[in-house]
Design a protein around this ligand. Structure first.
Ligand code: NI
Length: 169
């Protein structure tokens, strides 16, 4: 049985920490990945990064099979490295760690991601559209960044006010 992990919420300072490379690809890692999937589905998310569940490991999961039929399974990215970013896409993003907020963010339209699978095997994927956006959003979590940091300064001030109000409720 896999369990539901607590998802940290903004402004928890742990969300701003930098994650470390995964070095050991064992049963504990597999259990953690399965727990992350259970937690993501329980929260109706399509992406979740390890630091969001208080584990500072460089890994995230994405499941967009309902949005893009090129993918028919959950995707697991461990120790991802992004490169070859090109083009630009504006996409309305939301985050399980920032409930109730969605904002348009500018991202690279295409991105290459080199990573390891759960067994430590090196993998490479070229992503576009929603997957490219999701990979960049989740990868930001590994460096302690949230999507609300990427909106324009004016919008950010408005957002901050909105978030402060949310927190007062
Ligand atoms: Ni997020």
């Amino acid at each position: 049985m896999s369990g539901v992990l607590e998802i940290l919420k903004y402004p928890d300072p742990r969300l701003a920490e930098k994650s470390q490379r995964v070095e050991i690809f064992d049963a504990d890692l597999h259990r953690f990945l399965d727990d992350m999937a259970t937690s993501m589905y329980a929260a109706n998310g399509i992406g979740l990064a390890a630091p969001q569940v208080n584990r500072l490991w460089r890994l995230f999961i994405i499941d967009i099979r309902n949005q893009d039929d090129r993918y028919n399974r959950i995707l697991e990215f461990i120790n991802p490295v992004l490169s070859n970013g090109r083009g630009s896409i504006d996409f309305e993003e939301a985050c399980l760690s920032v409930p109730g907020i969605s904002e348009f963010v500018k991202r690279k339209a295409e991105i290459r991601v080199e990573y390891q699978d759960r067994f430590g095997n090196p993998q490479l994927m070229d992503a576009d559209g929603l997957l490219a956006v999701a990979v960049q959003h989740e990868n930001d979590h590994l460096d302690g960044h949230l999507f609300i940091e990427r909106v324009s300064p004016l919008k950010r001030r408005l957002l901050k006010r909105k978030l402060e109000k949310t927190l007062l409720l």
